[in-house]
Write a protein that binds this ligand. Structure first.
Ligand code: IMP
Length: 427
């Protein structure tokens, strides 16, 4: 059986957690491949409401093995706390495994994330300040420390000594901050190592074996395509590959194993942090959407920027990921609006663009070209069949399908599992 990927198609927070939670019932394994605790998934299911940052959303099913792959950066304090909270609420974690190749977020990463942001002044990225960027920088710079390293005490101490010596020079000389203590970090991370040891595995092998056994593996994306380090709105991006390609390098999975790729789109757009967002609204509609949908970051609590659905971005995401289909979430949020706009192109220097320019300063100058559709002004949250949606809602969804050139499989009309319209089965 296949590997099936679920990828954020906008700027993250598209509701991937709910979709994964929904699909996980029919799979054997859910594997996360990128990002870290910058991500935040809110999952509402019969066990209650859960806000998770690292543990894959498949954890709520007893039969599902959950993998945190090598491409994820792990803050051990956050992971261990999440595990404790799940256990306290009666969830089993004996099928949760973490790659021994996953890089660790260290205290200096978190410190440097904040200091670097402050030094950027007006051009700050608006990171989550969880140490994500500095950790991936160390991974690429060959200064990283991996989960598996914690189990080899002597080499770990030597490595930490040399890396920390360098980091302390940056902290004290560049940022005039206090140096960090080798002993404190070493002791703390050795304790983390002991607690994490039962979870550490060669997870690439586990994924491969599951596929060999004919099992279905769900590849859980984090963040969104427009935050991807290569194809996002650089430099206002996260530091890793949020696209489907990240699943191969972030899990040790061959691309030929990926059978289908589904994009998750919100029925409108949101973004947290800085960077261009052509359809952003600054009026009462933005406020209405924000309050109706509680558009505040799960990780940082920051209000999310809200705007109309951007089909230029949608088509771009569908193209570069090769989406087989899509899931449209939070359609119910739009229930009260008298009319809706969809951005179908951009106007820049007298030209019409149908694909986003690669340069962020150009994208920031793009003027969205809108198509206006009538709203439906009725409650869709209780509907379960596409045919039962008001005709205006069906037209809106059909238009998104046409403009993104991507067949819609699932429409979500509320946070709960059952608040879902399945147009075409995914699994
Ligand atoms: P970082 O990933 O913390 O370095 O933040 C880089 C950018 O990505 C910032 O604009 C963040 O707000 C954004 N970002 C990171 N993770 C998420 C997420 O899970 N959802 C939405 N935005 C995110």
């Amino acid at each position: 059986m296949p590997a099936i990927a679920v990828i954020g198609a906008q700027w993250g927070d598209e509701g991937k957690g709910k979709i994964i939670d929904l699909l996980a019932e029919k799979v054997n394994m859910v594997a996360r491949f990128s990002g870290g605790n910058n991500a935040g998934h809110t999952v509402v299911n019969p066990h209650g409401e859960f806000r998770m940052h690292l543990v894959p959303s498949g954890i709520f099913y007893r039969h599902v093995t959950c993998i945190i792959g090598n491409g994820v950066v792990v803050d051990p304090a956050v992971l261990l706390e999440e595990i404790d909270q799940l256990k306290e609420r009666g969830m089993a974690v004996d099928k949760l495994f973490v790659s021994d190749r996953a890089h660790l977020i260290m205290p200096y990463h978190i410190l440097l994330d904040g200091l670097e942001e402050e030094s950027r002044g007006g051009s700050a990225i608006g990171t989550t300040r969880k140490g994500i960027g500095p950790c991936y920088m160390d991974k690429a710079g060959r200064l990283g420390i991996r989960t598996g390293d914690l189990l080899q005490r002597e080499p770990f101490l030597e490595r930490l000594r040399s890396v920390l010596d360098y980091k302390n020079r940056i902290l004290t000389r560049v940022y005039e901050a206090q140096p960090l203590s080798l002993e404190e970090i070493y002791d703390k991370y050795c304790r983390y190592g002991e607690q994490l040891a039962p979870f550490l595995r060669e997870t690439d092998l586990m994924v491969e074996q599951a596929l060999e056994r004919g099992e279905t593996v769900l590849l859980e994306g984090a963040q969104g395509t427009l935050l991807d380090i290569d194809f996002g709105t650089y430099p206002y991006v996260t530091s890793t590959s949020a696209m489907v390609g990240g699943a191969c390098s972030g899990l040790g999975l061959s691309p030929v194993r990926i059978d289908r790729i589904y994009g998750v789109f919100k029925a409108y757009c949101t973004r947290v942090g800085s960077g261009p967002m052509p359809t952003e609204l600054f009026d009462d509609t933005a406020e209405l959407i924000r309050e109706r949908a509680h558009e505040y970051g799960t990780t940082t609590g920051r209000p999310r920027r809200c705007g109309w659905f951007d089909a230029v971005v949608g088509r771009f995401s569908a193209r570069i990921n090769g989406f087989s289909g899509s899931c449209i979430t939070r359609l119910d949020v739009l229930d009260v609006l008298p009319s809706l706009k969809i951005c179908t192109g951009y106007r820049l220097n007298g030209e019409t663009l149908t694909s986003p320019p690669s340069n962020s300063s150009l994208l920031a100058r793009c003027e969205p070209l809108y198509e206006e559709l009538p709203g439906w002004q009725s409650d869709t949250s209780g509907l379960r069949r596409f045919e039962d949606l008001p005709p205006q809602a069906r037209s809106y969804v059909k238009r998104l399908e046409e403009l993104t050139a991507c067949p819609i499989n699932i429409i979500s009309v509320g946070p709960r599992r059952e608040q879902t319209i399945v147009v075409r089965e995914i699994i």
